[in-house]
Design a protein. Structure first.
Length: 154
């Protein structure tokens, strides 16, 4: 009988650690304006203002349609990490998950065989809450987002 490991990784997931909740799909764009227009045409609404994150070398905005959320991102500089995705013609390039335990989830995924791409760092888009990026063995890029604390506003 053929069996597949959870997420295509080594071993089974530790359910006591798993705190991941889907947050959004990341979409790489050459320019935000045309992508905002295209998503508006599809019924999406802008969620918040356009943000700039100099550390990540991106500009972005979130848009929602019912329960779906996308993060539209354009490069902010020639050395933006978005450039390779755009050069390959890859638009939808990451899935993001919110977690109450970013350090534990980061370690759990690395232990399961994911490659750490960006260790937890503060992010402008989330008011300084930390994000991290990992590449699963299936080549899926995953973003972890630190959940807001109970005593703060989302």
């Amino acid at each position: 009988m053929l069996q597949f490991g959870a997420l295509g990784l080594r071993g089974a997931p530790d359910a006591t650690l798993m705190t991941l909740r889907f947050h959004h799909i990341g979409v790489a764009c050459e320019k935000l304006g045309p992508e905002i227009d295209a998503h508006t045409l599809l019924g999406y609404h802008q969620e918040g203002d356009v943000f700039v994150d100099p550390a990540q070398r991106i500009r972005g905005v979130f848009m929602t349609n019912g329960g779906a959320r996308v993060e539209l991102l354009e490069p902010a500089g020639a050395d933006s990490p978005l450039r390779p995705f755009l050069q390959r013609g890859q638009k939808m390039y990451h899935q993001a998950f919110q977690t109450d335990a970013i350090e534990d989830e980061f370690a759990r995924l690395v232990d399961a065989g994911a490659i750490a791409r960006v260790a937890p760092i503060p992010a402008v888009a989330f008011d300084g809450r930390r994000i991290a990026f990992l590449m699963l063995r299936t080549l899926l890029l995953v973003e972890l987002i630190e959940a807001p604390r109970e005593d703060s506003h989302p």
